[in-house]
Design a protein around this ligand. Sequence first.
Ligand code: UD1
Length: 416
Amino acid sequence: MDKLLIAGGARLSGEVSISGAKNAALPILCAALLTAEPVTFTNVPQLKDIATLLHLLADMGVKVERNADTVTLHAAEISNPVASYELVKTMRAAILVLGPLVARCGETKVSLPGGCAIGARPVDQHIKGLQAMGAEVSVEHGYVLAKSPRLKGVRLFTDMVTVTGTENLMMAACLAEGVTVIENAAREPEVVDLANCLVAMGAQISGAGTDVIRIKGVDHLHGTTHRIMPDRIETGTYLCAAAVTGGDVRLVDTSSAYLDAVIDKLMDAGCDIVSERHAIHIKAPAKLKAVSLRTSPYPAFPTDMQAQFMALNCVAEGSAIIRETIFENRYMHAVELQRLGADIKIDGNTAFVTGVAKLQGATVMATDLRASASLVIAGLVAEGETIVDRIYHLDRGYEKLEEKLAALGARVRRMN
Ligand code: UD1
């Protein structure tokens, strides 16, 4: 299993290019299931999760062509509308094929996602929505079986804000008969990127980016070309990496447009941030100030940036209170950060972090994608060597992480 070896203490400087957004690419690639025509996507990040999804789509009979960051998918016929446990267990987002498959094929069998390190993460809202649209849905032997000759447009209300739930139901509604209204919809920018792609494919959608999305079903969608938006979480992660090292970094091929909550906190921590049209320039002070935060659905502070900010607070001046409100078990990085000498106390969904003068390098274990990112950030600033074990989690969501960090001056290398 690969590990990452980091010699801490190097100040990051220079320019880094941000990749396309994993969490936009995953649903958008699934949207290709909704049409018999080829669809081309650009700025698709080269990540393990994307490779897994392309494998899954190919398994269903979709023709997949990939050339660097361009992917063309042609779902002329879907011979096998099934997502097996073997493929779904490593990537929860595979549930995103459920809506498109039932809408396009009238029948599908999709494995329930396996257990997840950051909490139970059920898919009841996805199922409830499809049932309300007239699908017969049952869960048998670990699989969701859904059937419907044609889904019907209805008014849907999700019990909580769910990102992939909103995306699944929005995709299903594109080919339904009549109008679907999704209330309490997720407002995440990735939902908007998906809606833009669907509209370019001929869907009739309004309200994406608000909490009420209206979709008027059409009989067919057609092919298009769509560029995936920049990854706001990768952007935020490099901003934190620059911040903890007192760095001076320009992030290109990205935008601060979807990062207000994160950028506000970095400015509170003492960073100087200048936003350009397709770039962000961060200059960090020698010592950061601790910043408290509370995670919530967009546009509030993203749960996917919580771990990275915990690492930042570990080396800041003062104390911070972090509240995680989206997932019930998302502090597994805290014990690993403690191994590096961090002062963190956890009480339920609240973490109390007091900055220490120095973290010390040690061997730590990555437990999920963003937790791994927080350990890398801590390793960059820790004294001595940090080994981050189990970095397959990082490979799921960060393109060329060690290359990008090394180009900014970090002393980091992968070990087999
Ligand atoms: C997406 C993101 C993930 C991010 C999360 C929250 C993708 C591929 N993943 O995950 O990176 O951390 O949003 O911003 O886009 N829930 C239910 N029942 C459901 C659906 C969700 O109880 O049917 C709960 C979840 O357990 C969680 C909360 O709702 O507590 C939000 O989850 P959700 O927004 O669905 O997360 P994902 O879409 O899986």
